[in-house]
Ligand binder design. Structure first.
Ligand code: SIN
Length: 503
């Protein structure tokens, strides 16, 4: 079992002086949060700063026993949490947490940018996006209505109420170290659940900083546990423990399928937000400047490392040359560098494997006839950088067409007709997001109906917001996060039939 030790911070083992950059250095912690205590475990692991490839800090590496203890504490705390708080109390806590996050937006953005690599401006945007989920569910907490149902039986009253699902195992990715956590745990708290979080091993510090702020905001005892780990059995424990009632996972389709199989053993409720292979379609009647603006947002956000990034850019034959020229102009304005450098508009990728995958996709496409219009290489020097790249003459037999690149590679395919591009767009097992640009109202209606995805962007590359239902179809997963649907993912419906009260 883990034990509390000295107050040493990650700065003791890092070459980067993180603490001097922060207003509140206590937000940068190497300790896990278990059972209302900040705990330094015996073992630690290194977290990398991707623009230099050096160690940002070391963080507590939680064991299977730590997870089992957290789950057990969460299980008893959850019952008290739901019994002893009203929806108004839970909403008030979330409102206070939101205010603490906003008050610390600068520090959170620095920590996030350092561990993930994204630019400071993007990191700030993400922290605000993350905070918006907290304020959204602060409001939703008090609007969790049940129904009064006309009963078919005489002298009977039938109502439905929504109750918390229980303890939730939360497994989150490194590409949105703040927002993917709040999108899951804000509705969980609003509903009255307890959570045990396994944050990504690449970006645990933001999750821990958010938890420090939740503590300051007056979190109910025992309902929040954050356990960084490199131990793969932790995820298995969350997915199989009979004390965990729900799993929410954002990450790869492969891991999502494995977790769903494991969770089936105890029939847990499961939400999966998995990989995508988003089509981004530019019809010949589109406003090309708008289409390029949309492509820049949804291709190069987080250096191309989002599940909703445009992966296949389909451009109708008549406008390929004009669109590519405009895209090239916009991409050539991107400036690669460390996320903390204010001049940077394109940060590094998260690690070496991410760079390798992008370079492999470029190499495979070029070997099969694609043309490099811009970029295509790894720059010399330290860090996990890859040039923002545009390929044209891309075809369906190339790897970039089949798999999510998860990097700054804009792959441009040509097409002739609406029917053809819809078929191409849907010819993938994934169905997370899809985008298209057109000024024809009939086409906008048809194409939005025919795309087999959970989220459609028409004439925009920006679809993510706290109020927008987020989630996919097909092998991109199930469940919806954020929005008016997100709370019910953390609730179960109970029907209560009362007979003979009027006798
Ligand atoms: C993701 O990449 O999984 C999330 C992206 C978003 O929320 O916009």
């Amino acid at each position: 079992m883990a034990s509390t030790t000295s107050d040493q911070t990650p700065s003791d083992s890092t070459s980067i002086d993180v603490l001097s950059k922060l207003q509140d250095s206590a937000l940068f912690t190497d300790k896990a949060y278990i059972a209302d205590e900040w705990i330094k475990t015996g073992k630690t692991f290194a977290v990398c700063e991707p623009s230099s490839g050096t160690t940002l800090g070391r963080v507590s590496d939680c064991t299977l026993e730590d997870f089992q203890r957290a789950i057990s504490v969460a299980s008893s705390a959850q019952l008290k949490f739901y019994e002893q708080t009203t929806a108004t109390d839970r909403g008030a806590f979330l409102r206070s947490w939101y205010e603490h996050i906003i008050a610390n937006v600068n520090d959170l953005s620095i920590i996030l940018s350092l561990e993930n690599g994204k630019t400071l401006a993007e990191a700030r945007g993400e922290v605000i996006y993350a905070a918006n989920f907290v304020s959204w569910f602060a409001e939703e907490a008090t609007r969790s209505y049940g129904h009064t149902i006309p009963s078919s039986m005489p002298h009977t009253t039938l109502i439905s109420v929504k109750e918390p699902v229980g303890v939730c195992g939360i497994i989150t990715p490194w590409n949105f170290p703040a927002a993917m956590i709040t999108r899951k745990i804000a509705p969980a708290f609003a509903a009255g659940c307890a959570v045990v979080i396994k944050p990504p091993s690449e970006t645990p510090f933001t999750a821990l900083a958010l938890s420090k702020l939740a503590e300051k905001a007056g979190i109910f005892p025992g309902i929040l546990h954050v356990l960084p780990t490199k131990d793969r059995s932790a995820a298995t424990e969350l997915a199989t423990s009979p004390l965990v009632n729900k799993i929410s996972f954002t990450g790869s389709t492969g891991v999502g399928k494995m977790l769903a199989k494991l969770a089936a053993g105890t029939l847990k409720k499961v939400s999966l937000e998995l990989g995508g292979n988003a089509p981004f379609i530019v019809f010949d009647d589109a406003d090309l400047d708008l289409a390029v603006e949309g492509a820049m947002i949804c291709k190069f956000r987080c250096s191309g490392q989002t599940c909703v990034c445009a992966n296949r850019i389909f451009v109708q034959k008549g406008v390929v040359a004009a669109f590519t020229r405009k895209l090239k102009d916009a991409v050539s304005d991107l400036k690669m560098g460390s996320g903390l450098d204010p001049a940077t508009t394109q940060g590094p990728l998260v690690n070496e494997a991410a760079v390798t995958k992008v370079l492999e996709h470029i190499e495979d496409a070029v070997s099969k006839g694609a043309k490099v219009e811009y970029g295509g290489k790894r720059p010399s020097g330290p860090g996990f950088f890859c040039e923002p790249t545009i390929l044209t003459s891309v075809r369906s037999d190339m790897n970039v067409s089949q798999e999510e690149t998860f990097g700054p590679l804009a792959a441009v395919f040509e097409f002739d007709t609406e029917e053809e591009v819809i078929e191409l767009s849907n010819s993938t097992p994934y169905g997370l997001a899809g985008y298209f640009f057109s000024r024809d109202v009939g086409r906008c209606t048809r194409v939005s109906r025919k795309l087999q995805v959970g989220m459609v962007g028409i004439n925009t590359g920006k679809i993510s917001a706290a109020e927008a239902p987020f989630g996919g179809v097909k092998e991109s997963g199930y469940g919806r996060e954020g929005s008016l649907y997100g709370l019910s993912e953390y609730q179960v419906i109970k029907s209560i039939t009362t007979g003979n009260l009027d006798k």
